[in-house]
Design a protein around this ligand. Structure first.
Ligand code: ADP
Length: 666
């Protein structure tokens, strides 16, 4: 086995690889850019080599700098993680020339699977079912329209060199093809430096299900079952699970066999993933093969009991696979949530800054529940704008799907993260949804369920009552701190009455004299026993109300609390009953009318302004294109209006909420 490896990556995946290497007694070398001097991976590795400036092109993507770091440290092999150079054949080739092992597949396999169009033809030849479509490249919008007509709408227009959901557009009619073609092509050119485009049928109600394969250098290849990754936002995975709630054993076996056939067709070695799209009738079609470790690999590890990084290391070391296909058993259910630094309440705007608080839930591993948190950060660390905004991957395992989801919900409830916006409330509310629980997934899930974006979850009545009761108890604790213990001071039966108002709804509680425990009485005469109250200053309150445990984030505000629970973000006011009577008469503040403005939805650069001052625009007309995080966003008119003023030109870099143009009624 190698005595020292270098990890050509950063963040959680670098830390993940280091953990396994350490367990196996292998020395580890981290590399880091200026932005990552204090990175967790740098702290965890045995040695660390500085490789350049913050932009990835000057550090993590610079092949010569990685090679130099190998030489300087004496590393014998390189684990590339995912992203960066992991699927770059020139990198694997360069390491080969240097006599350094690449912990991944052979150069030829990376090349063969490297672009969507070649890999699709190889797959078709290997007997793998592929999405019906045009097997060649498309030259221009007119040709795109002709081909789309022949395939039949809707179609998917894709960049051959695409990845990460970029350079991909659906077109549902002739009218949509030209714009979709142009957008995909220009996005592909700017993101991948490769503007080749192809077209295939758009699969309706698609599910994304992928097969993990593992192959050794002697030609043995097995699959480790599937992962379902249908919960995606703009083609980016958010929640993944293994197994899939949709597959039957027959389909699983067929998909597995095809994935293995493809791997064998390209003489694949190491861990790889064959991605399929599955329609509502369980027809499945090859999408692409990822020739590296995937972000979501932990769910496979938790249901198979294998450590994929260990297997990659052994395979790179020339060892034979330790399992035959029949030895692979899937046990229980695993589910992963990607925690991103993005603000779900503001259209998932990327968020950067210092992690003022980072207290993940405790990891655990019992026969009933496993909680695993793969992360690359720590409290006080900086989320920089240079790299992927993923903060952590929270993964749970349990004997069945419902328990795994419950475990993940509870773990998310206990995840305290402050300083940067994050998607925990969003993920938590997806996990609560009936449709998710029933396993009715599709890659359109988020678009279907959150058509207006995410505004916070609405808790059910029972939860609201529990939150109101908790707020009442906490306020009472605060008022009486040091003076009164419930039940200890007065002989009266009731020692206080309070009303709680959340979102215009009111609960009236009385606090009876009740000995040692804290009991609230609702106005319907229902007693609520509350164990463990809020501690002033605590960021997370664990409380038990009538036997149900809730983890609530509570912050003090004027006459009440801001309460955050499972995607809900509420204000609870705790007042005397006669004040509550008066509050009903308070006028509500109307939100300002923003419909006269075209507001920049995220920080980004204006690519184009498509209208002129004075022009009358129609509903749905393209007004401007803004690029952010390498995605082009088309901004359209919401209604017919006249453009009264333009405030931006192509090339301008705008902040979120900047006014791009103003309208007047026509
Ligand atoms: P990337 O390399 O950018 O991740 P993929 O080809 O893997 O691109 O596709 C990403 C996602 O886009 C898929 O998971 C699926 O949701 C959707 N998708 C891709 N091709 C199609 C198609 N032909 N029909 C419907 N959805 C598709």
């Amino acid at each position: 086995m190698f005595s020292k490896i270098l990890i050509a990556n950063r963040g959680e995946i670098a830390c993940r690889v280091i953990k396994t290497a350490r367990r196996m007694g292998i020395g580890t070398v981290a590399v880091y850019s200026d932005a990552d001097r204090d990175g967790l991976h740098v702290r965890m590795a045995d040695e660390a080599v500085h490789i350049g400036a913050a932009p990835a092109s000057q550090s993590y993507l610079d092949i010569e700098k990685i090679v130099a770091a190998c030489r300087a440290s004496g590393a014998q092999a390189v684990h590339p993680g995912y992203g960066f150079l992991s699927e770059n054949p020139a990198f694997a080739e360069r390491l080969r020339q240097e006599g350094i092992y690449f912990i991944g597949p052979p150069v030829k396999a990376i090349e063969a699977m490297g672009d969507k169009i070649t890999s699709k033809s190889i797959a078709a030849e290997a007997g793998v079912s592929t999405v019906p479509g045009h097997m060649g490249l498309v030259a221009n919008a007119a040709e795109a329209r002709r081909i789309a007509g022949a395939i039949g709408y809707p179609v998917m227009i894709k960049a051959s060199g695409g990845g990460g959901g970029k350079g991909m557009r659906i077109a549902r009619s002739d009218g949509e093809v030209a714009e979709a073609f142009e957008r995909s092509q220009s996005e592909a050119a700017s993101s991948f430096g490769d503007d080749r485009i192809f077209i295939e049928k758009y699969i309706e109600e698609p599910r994304h299900i992928e097969i993990q394969v593992l192959a050794d250098a002697m030609g043995n290849c097995i699959h480790l079952g599937e992962r379902e990754c249908s919960i995606q936002r703009r083609n980016q995975k958010v929640i993944e699970e293994a197994p899939s709630p949709f597959l039957d054993p027959g389909t699983r076996a067929e998909m597995g066999a095809q994935a293995v056939a493809l791997a064998k067709a390209v003489n694949y070695v190491s861990a790889g993933t064959v991605e399929f799209i599955v329609d509502k009738d369980r027809n499945f079609y090859f999408l692409e093969m990822n020739t590296r470790l995937q972000v979501e690999h932990p769910v496979t590890e938790l249901v198979t009991g294998l450590d994929l990084v260990e297997e990659m290391l052994r395979i790179a070391n020339g060892e034979k696979l330790r399992w035959r296909q029949e030895d692979v058993a899937l046990n229980g259910w695993a589910i992963e949530a990607r925690i991103y630094a993005e603000d779900p309440y503001r259209n998932f705007l990327p968020s950067t800054g210092r992690l003022k608080r980072y207290r993940p839930p405790a990891e655990e591993a019992s026969a009933h529940l496993v909680v695993r948190n793969d992360t690359g950060v720590y409290e006080g660390a900086e989320i920089s704008p240079y790299y992927d905004p993923m903060i952590a991957k929270l993964v749970t395992w349990a004997p069945d799907r419902a328990e795994a989801i419950d475990g993940l919900s509870a773990a998310l409830d206990q995840f305290v993260l402050e300083g940067v916006g994050n998607n925990i409330p969003f993920v938590a509310s997806v996990l609560e949804q009936e449709r998710f629980r029933a396993g009715r997934l599709s890659t359109n899930y988020i678009a279907d369920e959150f058509p207006e974006g995410f505004a916070g979850a609405a808790p059910d009545d029972e939860t609201l009552l529990a939150l109101a009761a908790l707020a009442c108890r906490a306020a009472f604790q605060l008022e009486t701190r040091g003076f009164v213990e419930p039940g200890a001071v007065t002989n009266a039966h009731v020692i206080a009455e309070r009303s709680v108002i959340i979102d215009g709804r009111r609960w009236d509680f009385s606090i009876p004299k009740s000995g040692d425990s804290f009991v609230l009485m609702t106005d319907k005469g229902q007693p609520l026993l509350i164990e463990d109250g809020w501690q002033p200053g605590a960021s997370l309150t664990a409380t038990e109300i009538d036997g149900r445990t809730l983890y609530v984030r509570m912050d003090r505000i004027t006459s009440g609390f801001r309460m955050r629970y499972r995607g809900a973000d509420l204000v609870a006011k705790v007042v005397l009953p006669h004040v509550a009577d008066l509050m009903v008469h308070m006028p509500e503040k109307a939100p300002p009318d923003l419909s006269r403005f075209l507001i920049c939805p995220m920080p980004g650069q204006v690519v184009r302004i498509d209208v002129a001052e004075g022009e009358v625009v129609e509903e749905g007309q393209t007004l401007a294109v803004v690029e952010a995080m390498k995605m082009e966003n088309v901004l359209r008119a919401e209604r017919r209006a006249r453009v009264s003023q333009l405030n931006a030109v192509a090339g301008d870099v705008l902040a979120v909420d900047a006014v791009i143009m103003e309208f007047e009624a026509v």
